[in-house]
Ligand binder design. Structure first.
Ligand code: ATP
Length: 220
C-alpha cells in the first residue's frame, strides 16, 4: 500500500516536501489557504485543496486523521501553525511533523505533542558551517540539540588502525556504527576492522566529542 501524507502550507519548504514525496511514490494531499499555490500543486500532488487548517471543522471534513503522517509547513504565521498542530493532535493523527520558525515556537510545538519539529534554516546553516570547517565531515544528522550522527572521511592519519586501536568509545565517548568502503557498507563493523584511506565512518555521539575526534585525529 502506498504511504499517505498531508502537507499543510505550500511555501518553498512544504512545496519541496510535496514534490519529493510524490517522486518517491507516496500519495500526498497538499493544502494551503492560497488558491494560487494550491493550483500550482494540483498537477503534482495526489489531491490539492484550498483550506484553512486552523478551523477544526475543515480538518474533520477532510478526514486528516486517516493519514499516517501530516507535515505542518506553515511558515511565518506561528499562531496558525500551533493551532493546526493542536487540532491534528487532538484528532489523533499518528505522526505530526512541524516546521518551527524559532526556538520558542519549537518548544511550544513539542509541548503540545508534535512528534517531530524541524528547523530547516537553522539545521542547514549548521550543516553548511560544519562542512566549511572540515573537509572530513561529509554529512550530518542532528539527533538531539547536542548529539548527531556524522559521516567522516578517513585520511592517512588513522588509516591502518583497527577500531580497537582507535578506541573511540573510551577516548572520545563515540561509537563508529558503520563504515562505507566504496560500494561496500559495513554496519556494526567488527572491532578488528582496519580503517583504510577514503573509508567513510558513520559516527554517533555528542557534537563536542565528534568535533574533538575530527580535529585531533582526522585533521592532524
Ligand atoms: P518557505 O517558502 O521558505 O518555506 P515559509 O516557511 O515562511 O517560507 P511561507 O511562504 O510562509 O513559508 O508559506 C507557508 C504557507 O502556509 C503559505 O502558502 C500560506 O498560505 C500557508 N498557510 C498559512 N496559514 C495557513 C493555514 N491556516 N492553513 C493552510 N495554509 C496556511
Amino acid at each position: 500500500m502506498k504511504k499517505e501524507f498531508v502537507v499543510i502550507g505550500l511555501g518553498r519548504f512544504g512545496g519541496s516536501i510535496v514534490r519529493e514525496l510524490v517522486k518517491q511514490g507516496a500519495n500526498v494531499m497538499a493544502i494551503d489557504t492560497d488558491s494560487e499555490r494550491v493550483d500550482e500543486y494540483a498537477r503534482i500532488a495526489t489531491q490539492a485543496v484550498v483550506a484553512d487548517t486552523t478551523e477544526e471543522e475543515t480538518i474533520k471534513s477532510l478526514g486528516l486523521w486517516n493519514f499516517e503522517h501530516v507535515i505542518v509547513a506553515i511558515g511565518e504565521d506561528i499562531q496558525s501553525s500551533i493551532l493546526t498542530t493542536l487540532i491534528l493532535k487532538e484528532l489523533g493523527v499518528p505522526q505530526i511533523t512541524v516546521k518551527a520558525q524559532n526556538d520558542y515556537h519549537e518548544k511550544v510545538l513539542l509541548k503540545i505533542g508534535a512528534d517531530f519539529v524541524v528547523h530547516p534554516e537553522r539545521d542547514m546553516g549548521i550543516r553548511i558551517a560544519n562542512n566549511m570547517m572540515s573537509n572530513s565531515v561529509l554529512d550530518y544528522l542532528e539527533i538531539s540539540g547536542e548529539h548527531s550522527i556524522m559521516e567522516v572521511k578517513a585520511n592517512e592519519s588513522i588509516a591502518g588502525q583497527s577500531l580497537i586501536e582507535l578506541d573511540v568509545r573510551a577516548k572520545y565517548g563515540l561509537n563508529i556504527v558503520g563504515i562505507t568502503r566504496g560500494e561496500e557498507i559495513m554496519i556494526s563493523p567488527n572491532a578488528t576492522e582496519r580503517i583504510q584511506v577514503g573509508d567513510v565512518l558513520l559516527i554517533i555521539g555528542a557534537d563536542v566529542d565528534i568535533n574533538r575526534f575530527v580535529k585531533k585525529v582526522i585533521q592532524k
